[in-house]
Design a protein. Structure first.
Lengths: 215, 195
């Protein structure tokens, strides 16, 4: 990752909070944080930019306030909005790197489509229960629809399945590390974690000829 | 906080049962050392419901535990993270104590389990153990390990999360009693073969 880079993080929750911490510490000069949620008590065990006194505040305000104090040399821009089909492409166009830290499959597929078609690097991260995964999607490379060629049902969300806080942290930190793109990390790389069995792995997802993004 | 307690129970109910949450609340964490990775690991443990006791350390650039910044003598779990408050009582087990440390440090006596962060054979990593008879292993690890130096690289932040995860699983009895791991190039953990 180059110093001075701008990044967009969608989601200031269990994955977004640690991702932002690592990005800010790693030299990203401007981080735009988009989220339309408010801080709830159930967020506190894993979303560590939000504290009990922040209950009821927009997550982006809670996070940016603490981040600005901790990293005065970094510019944080709060965007209190839902990133959806109406604004995602424009937002992506403003940032060379996007971290998807949302927990909705519909959003993840939308962001993946934009990245694969539109010339932006996307790090897509998700976790539920004991498992999680992070994938780096680059323009012209494999994408989430290559991984899930069939329509998939919305699975159990982290807030429903439950998740240990540090596992969400792990996914967030790994997402940020994938932004930095260390040697050997190519497009379509997917890391997975099973925290119950304590196993991890790396897969390289090939482009699917049936994928509508590349057809 | 009642909502949080209720949520935590519900969260764990699906994976490890209600007793798991009670174990978190019954766990006291003694933190030794300093630095952003240790601080971040500790913040996750506190947010999960464990009580922290600190050797004072200067704030670093990681996640800061909520109990920091309070006055002397006011350290410990965040107020309200108890089990009182109208919820059905849990069968809270007796207290257990764990040590979360960063090399160089000495393993204190009286702990039920330990997680130590450091640099092992040139790689950032951690060792863990549960049970008093495992302490000689930790002492050996202390001899062979070195301090983490400098600011964390991007991949090193994962060590904080791995350490907290190991600590929580030790508290839940879901980890082997003895082991460790080091970070791979992308922050993934590579488990060591046996003690």
């Amino acid at each position: 990752m180059k110093k001075g880079m701008r990044a967009l993080v969608v989601g200031a929750g269990g994955i977004g909070c640690p991702a932002i911490l690592s990005l800010a510490h790693g030299g990203v000069s401007k981080i735009c944080i988009a989220d339309d949620d408010y801080v709830e008590a159930s967020n506190l065990p894993r979303q560590l930019w939000h504290w009990p006194e922040d209950l009821g505040r927009p997550k982006v305000d809670s996070a940016c306030e603490k981040l600005s104090k901790r990293f005065p040399g970094v510019s944080f821009e709060p965007l209190f909005l839902r990133v959806d089909g109406g604004n995602a492409a424009a937002l992506f166009a403003e940032h060379p790197v996007v971290v998807d830290a949302t927990d909705a499959l519909e959003s993840k597929l939308l962001f993946s489509d934009i990245a694969a078609r539109g010339g932006r690097v996307l790090i897509s991260a998700g976790a539920a229960g004991w498992r999680g995964q992070v994938m780096r999607i680059e323009p012209g490379g494999s994408c989430l629809r290559c991984l899930f060629p069939e329509p998939v049902q919305e699975g159990v969300l982290p807030r429903q399945a439950g998740i240990l806080g540090p596992l969400a942290g792990l996914l967030g930190f790994r997402a940020a590390a994938m932004v930095h793109k260390p040697l050997g990390l190519g497009r379509g790389t997917l890391h997975w974690i099973d925290a119950l069995s304590w196993r991890t792995g790396v897969m390289h997802i090939e482009k699917s000829p049936q994928c509508p993004c590349h057809g | 906080m009642e909502e949080q307690v209720r949520y935590l129970r519900q969260r764990l109910l699906q994976g490890i049962g209600e007793e798991g949450q009670a174990l978190f609340f019954a766990t006291e964490v003694l933190c030794g050392g300093q630095g952003p990775l240790l601080q971040t690991a500790a913040a996750y443990l506190e947010a999960g419901g464990m009580g922290l006791a600190w050797h004072r350390a200067p704030p670093a650039a990681g996640f800061r535990p909520m109990s920091w910044g309070r006055g002397e003598g006011e350290e410990g779990p965040p107020p309200g993270l108890g089990l009182e408050g109208g919820l059905p009582p849990l069968a809270v087990p007796s207290k257990q104590r764990g040590f979360l440390g960063c090399l160089p440090c000495a393993c204190p006596e009286g702990m039920d389990f330990w997680v130590l962060l450091g640099c092992f054979r040139g790689k950032p990593g951690f060792v863990f153990a549960r049970g008093r008879d495992k302490k000689p292993f930790l002492d050996k690890a202390l001899e062979r390990g070195a301090a983490l130096e400098g600011e964390p690289l991007p991949a090193h932040w994962a060590l904080a999360a791995w350490a907290a995860l190991a600590f929580e699983k030790l508290a839940l009895g879901l980890m082997p009693a003895l082991g460790g791991g080091s970070l791979g190039p992308w922050g993934e953990v590579e488990l060591w073969e046996g003690p």
